[in-house]
Design a protein around this ligand. Structure first.
Ligand code: PGA
Length: 224
């Protein structure tokens, strides 16, 4: 199974996101090869929109197999007087996955390892699978997390993705357990994704900028 994860970050309004999903699904559903990979568990596509659009996208995707919705973060609180927070129980009916510990959350919003660990535990409590992002081997990895995404900060949004040698060297350093999956993210695009997606040591890709164009994101999904 290969995983293609689209992180739409804080882009698009409701109309734009509707257009995005319409184009993306039209492309996917008319491509027999991609549908066959989805149906045979060779490919999972995870779309992570901004919170307000989780339900819209979930409804559009309906029962298409192996296309799922994820959040881009979660609150480290379960519920209570925490103005503005979006908690795991609020999204458990629409989100199957959650990106946690993204470097933008760590670096811009100063999320700590302790907060990220609380988010992981809450996600798991509410049957949401954490996609833990780490910047390097110094960021701790909860051994119960299945999806571990290596995203070197200098590769994110820069147009310069990390070399295979660096990505594989990092995987070795992480000493993941056999049940953990290793995902790469950082400037992956439709022109260079194939080498990552077909590499036996890499279980999938996390795509930011290139996921904003539904045709480019579709093209990435076709290369798994
Ligand atoms: P990028 O973003 O593809 O634009 O580098 C990846 C990410 O931040 O998850």
């Amino acid at each position: 199974m290969k995983y293609v994860i689209g992180n739409l970050k804080a882009h698009k309004n409701r109309i734009q996101i509707q257009e995005w999903i319409d184009v993306f699904l039209q492309k996917i559903t008319s491509d027999k090869a991609v549908i066959s990979k989805l149906d045979s568990d060779e490919l999972t596509i995870i779309i992570c929109p901004p919170f307000p659009f989780l339900s819209d996208l979930s409804e559009k995707i309906g029962s298409l197999s192996n296309i799922s919705i994820g959040t881009q973060t979660l609150s480290s609180f379960e519920e209570g007087s925490f103005t503005g927070e979006v908690t795991a129980p609020m999204v458990t009916d629409v989100a199957t996955y959650s990106i946690l510990g993204h470097s933008e959350r760590r670096n811009i919003f100063h999320e700590t390892n302790e907060e990220i660990e609380k988010k992981i535990l809450l996600a798991q409590k509410y049957a949401i699978k954490p996609i833990l992002c780490i910047r390097d081997e110094k960021d701790p990895i909860n051994p119960d997390v299945t999806f571990v995404t290596y995203e070197p900060v200098e590769a994110i949004g820069s147009g310069h993705n990390a070399s295979f040698d660096d990505v594989i060297a990092m995987k070795k350093k992480l000493n993941l357990s056999p049940s953990q999956l290793f995902i790469y993210g950082g400037s992956v695009n439709a022109n260079d994704v194939k080498d990552y997606l077909t590499h036996p040591e890499i279980n999938g890709v996390l795509v930011g900028t290139a996921s904003l164009d539904p045709e480019a994101f579709y093209s990435i999904c076709t290369q798994a």
